[in-house]
Structures are given as structure tokens and as C-alpha cells.
Design a protein around this ligand. Structure first.
Ligand code: NAD
Length: 494
């Protein structure tokens, strides 16, 4: 029996049924549920609920907020198998991978449990004679969080946890493809003691997001998704006077230097290229082979691909699951074909792999002799496709990466400290790995790319996120002193 995914407004399920959207299991291609697209009234009600709840929540003590964070952590940890199964059913990734995503999301819950430190302001005694100055952090109000399909739990946990810890009220708008995990998390927050209305969820697509952006009661938008949408949301939200951070797509390169440990580099290329079927914004999609190691490296990667099993995410024998939709599959296979047409070498063609009959599967693909003018290089593939670009020198590799419009993550594989330092210094990318293929910062740092991978200036989760979800207010204090003249028309200087 297919279940309905409700909107959750003020803790209540809201199920308009005139516009239902099928939710598919990508491993079978079959619908197992339907989400209730929020109509204009439901979205407006969610904003009202958040607006009403905000007044109370910002007055709630930090001690109580901290307790909610600890409770949430406990709930998610104790039921992480259940959440992983929810993620795998709607996203398709393997259960291990889903568990990994939950663990990374929990890092931010743990960081937010330290909110006493993150909400602490600053104080300066005797800034001028008899005058003290303090800076306090206050929540911005109602914030909207719009999330992509590829991390159904982790990205919502990045955003909503920090926003709530900082005292805001939230409206979450998850991807239409992965709504169950989002609702699961909202319910877990309520179970953890979060009052109704502080966290609401509305489902739907562009029309829902546009309404959230245009409503003056919403003060800030956090977005993670593809670059064209990130760019338009950034412009639209700014035009509507909102604070906005919009993280976009990626094309992550991994340089392999001639002195690198090639076995380790090949292992890393496999896990970073094909984990989650390449549907990670930090997935490696281009291996840049420097100098004369290219043939050997390609051979090592290809031999590992031969051992990967592609199958249903819930099957423990699978290394890699399907991609998210039939459209994604045909876009990815189209790009593989374009590489073939453009003269690249298909070393492993995922279209010919041993794949289940049903579902949206593409096998792991390795394409050698890719050049920057090819479509397969220019576009974000977001699928299990590794391209190899051969270059002669480190300088050429750096130039290739710095010329790319995306700048989310990158990595260099080398044994030489000077090369690594040079790479770190010169590379124009937001997150950098030295012999680490997916350098997603741990929870105590913030996450974000540069250039077309992030619109706005604040990174996500960690310390920068507390800045995004708070406004700083500076209070200058002087207490009456009977011995002082009170009238002075000069500009105060001391
Ligand atoms: P998407 O841009 O299609 O959708 C993201 C969200 O925006 C969804 O909630 C969707 O409903 C909504 N949306 C879609 N079109 C919209 C429009 N025109 N106006 C307003 N809202 C709209 O992205 P996706 O396919 O769900 O996710 C994959 C993309 O996300 C990839 O490009 C990936 O690189 C990127 N991503 C980036 C990061 C990062 O941290 N930079 C992390 C994860 C995913």
C-alpha cells in the first residue's frame, strides 16, 4: 500500500490531495508513495506557523535548546538503521552509504549541541570612558531551507539544526524525490522536544520555493542544489531583500602526480568517483594524470571497476546503487555517448555493464583521453562516470582546475610536501584534499565551494552557519554619572 507524505505545519499533517507526486524507488523504478504538494494556502500556513512559533522559541533558554539537540542526537543514533532504510528506499544509495550520510549529519547535531559557545557574544569594558560595548547574536526569524535529493538526511541536518539551535523558526522544502527522510527528521525533532511550529515542512517544486522567497515574513534562504537553480535563487532572494546562501553544483578534479602512491590513488578514485553512484557534490569526476603515469593509473582504476557490483541499494552485496531517475540515467548515458562521439576512449562503458533489468542503473564508467572542450568534461555529470585528462605538468593541472567554472572540492595525490603546499596555495577551490579525495570538512569547520559552486559568502554548517542564522547587534552602555555634564553637541570620541 502506497503511503502519503504529508506537509507538516505546526506539528500537524496537512495533506492536500489534489496534486500528488509519485515517489519512486530508483532500484525498481516503481512508485512506493506519493507526496502531497503544498498549495499556496499550506505554504502560507507554514510561514504563519513559523512566524508565530519564532517569538516563543527565541525566548527559550539556551539550556533547553541544547537539551533538544542532545535528545535529537540520541534519537537519530538509536534509530539510524531505520533512517538509513528510508534513505536507501527513496534515493537508491547503499545502506552503508546512507549510514555514512547520517553520521556526517550527526556531526552537525553534535556541533550544535555546543550552542552555548556558538551563541556567545563579545564584551569590551571601558571602550570609552565609562562606556562598555557588547555584541550579541540574535536569530534572524523565519528561515527557509531548500534541499537537494542526493543527501536526503545530511543536508537538512546541516541547515535546520543550526538554524533552530540559533533560535530561528524553519520551513524545510526538501527534494520531491526524497521527502520521506525529511519528514522522518522533522518528526524526530518533535520527539526530541522541539515545540510545534518551530520546524515545518512543505513539499513541492519551484512554485513552493518562489512563494517562500517572495513572502516578506521569511528572512533568510539556505539552498543546496544545482548551479542554475542556486544562481536564480540567489538573485531572486537578494532582490526580495533576503539573506541568502545558495550552494551549487561541482566538477571535482583529483590530480595524481608521478610520485604518488598509485595503488592508493586508484582506490581513492574508485571510492570518490563511484560512491553513491557519483551523485555527491564532492564526488571526484575528473582524474588529472600528470606525466608518464597515466597508462598505469588508468589500468589500475579499470581493474578495480571490474570488481564493483551495481545493484539495489538495499542488497548488501551491492557496492553501488542506481541513479535517481530515468531522466538522470538518460542524461548520463547521453554524456557517455557524447564522449565516444568526441573521440575519447571508453575504457569501461557503464551502459554495457551487468545491471539489474529494472530501476535506473548505470554501471561505473571510465573515460580516458578526455579534453576540456568535450561536453562530458564541461558539464556536471552527477553520475558514476570518471573522466581522465592527461597533462604534462603540475602547472598544467593547476591551470586546468583554476579555469573551471566550478570550484567545490579538489585533491592532489603526491608524496612531496612542496607540491602539496604549492597546490594548497595556488588552487582556486573552496575545499582541498591532500591525499584525501573527498575533503568534506568535519563539523567544526564550514562547508562551501567557490565560484559557480556557491552564491553568497557564507559557507554551510559549523561556525559560519551560526553567523548566517544570526544577526549581530552591538549595544553601547553608559550608566548615569551625576558629576558629568550631560549635554555635548560634539561627536563622541572617547
Ligand atoms: P536541483 O537544483 O534540481 O533541486 C534542488 C532543490 O531545489 C529541490 O528541493 C528542488 O525541488 C528545488 N528546485 C528545483 N528547481 C527549482 C527552481 N527552478 N526554482 C526553485 N527551486 C527549485 O538539485 P538536485 O538535482 O536535487 O541535486 C543535485 C544537485 O545539487 C547537483 O548539482 C549537486 O552538485 C548539487 N549539490 C551541491 C551541494 C553543495 O554542497 N554544493 C551538495 C549537494 C548537492
Amino acid at each position: 500500500m502506497n503511503s502519503l507524505v504529508p506537509n507538516i505545519v505546526s506539528g500537524n499533517k496537512v495533506e492536500p490531495q489534489d496534486s500528488l507526486i509519485d515517489v519512486l524507488n530508483p532500484s525498481t523504478g516503481e512508485a512506493f508513495g506519493q507526496l502531497c504538494r503544498a498549495d499556496r494556502q499550506a505554504v502560507s500556513d507554514a510561514i504563519s506557523a513559523a512566524d508565530d512559533a519564532f517569538g516563543q522559541w527565541r525566548q527559550t533558554s539556551l539550556a533547553k535548546r541544547t537539551e533538544v539537540m542532545f535528545n535529537l542526537r540520541q534519537i537519530i543514533r538509536s534509530r539510524s538503521d531505520e533512517l538509513a532504510a528510508v534513505i536507501t528506499r527513496e534515493h537508491g544509495k547503499t545502506l552503508d552509504d546512507a549510514a555514512g550520510e547520517i553520521a556526517r549529519g550527526l556531526e552537525n547535531v553534535e556541533f550544535c549541541a555546543g550552542l552555548l559557545n556558538h551563541m556567545k557574544g563579545e564584551f569590551l569594558e571601558q571602550a570609552a570612558t565609562g562606556i562598555d560595548v557588547k555584541q550579541i547574536k540574535q536569530p534572524v526569524g523565519v528561515v527557509s531551507c531548500v534541499t537537494p535529493f542526493n543527501f536526503p538526511a545530511m543536508v537538512p541536518l546541516w541547515m535546520i539544526t543550526t538554524a533552530i539551535a540559533a533560535g530561528n523558526a524553519v520551513i524545510l522544502k526538501p527534494s520531491e524525490h526524497t521527502p520521506y527522510a525529511a519528514n522522518w527528521i522533522v518528526e524526530a525533532f518533535h520527539e526530541a522536544g522541539l515545540p510545534p511550529g518551530v520546524l515545518n515542512v512543505v513539499h513541492g517544486g519551484k512554485e513552493v520555493v518562489d512563494q517562500l522567497i517572495e513572502d516578506p515574513r521569511v528572512k533568510a534562504i539556505s539552498f543546496v542544489g544545482s548551479t542554475p537553480v542556486a544562481k536564480s535563487i540567489y538573485a531572486n532572494a537578494a532582490q526580495n531583500g533576503k539573506r541568502v546562501q545558495a550552494l551549487g553544483g561541482a566538477k571535482n578534479h583529483m590530480i595524481v602526480m608521478p610520485d604518488a602512491d598509485l595503488e592508493a590513488a586508484a582506490d581513492c578514485a574508485i571510492s570518490a568517483g563511484f560512491g553513491s553512484a557519483g551523485e555527491r557534490c564532492m564526488a571526484i569526476s575528473v582524474v588529472v594524470a600528470v606525466g608518464n603515469i597515466a597508462d598505469e593509473l588508468v589500468e589500475k582504476i579499470a581493474s578495480r571497476i571490474g570488481k564493483l557490483k551495481t545493484g539495489a541499494g538495499a542488497d548488501s552485496a551491492s557496492d553501488m546503487g542506481p541513479v535517481i531517475t530515468a531522466e538522470a540515467k538518460s542524461r548520463i548515458t547521453g554524456l557517455i555517448q557524447s564522449a565516444d562521439d568526441d573521440g575519447a576512449a571508453l575504457v569501461c562503458d557503464g551502459r554495457q555493464a551487468d545491471l539489474p533489468d529494472q530501476g535506473f542503473f548505470v554501471g561505473p564508467t571510465l573515460i580516458d583521453n578526455v579534453t576540456p572542450t568535450m561536453e562530458v568534461y564541461k558539464q556536471e555529470i552527477f553520475g558514476p562516470v570518471l573522466c581522465v585528462v592527461r597533462v604534462d605538468s603540475f602547472d598544467e593541472a593547476v591551470e586546468l582546475i583554476n579555469s573551471n567554472r566550478f570550484a567545490n572540492g579538489t585533491a592532489v595525490f603526491t608524496r612531496d610536501g612542496q607540491t602539496a603546499r604549492e597546490f594548497e596555495f595556488r588552487i582556486e577551490v573552496g575545499m582541498v584534499g591532500i591525499n584525501v579525495p573527498i575533503p568534506v570538512p568535519i563539523g567544526a569547520f564550514s562547508f562551501g565551494g567557490w565560484k559557480d559552486s556557491l552564491f553568497g559568502d557564507t559557507h554551510m554548517y559549523g561556525p559560519e552557519s551560526f553567523n548566517f542564522y544570526t544577526r549581530r547587534k552591538v549595544v553601547t552602555t553608559k550608566w548615569p554619572n551625576a558629576n558629568e555634564t550631560q549635554i555635548s553637541l560634539g561627536f563622541p570620541t572617547n
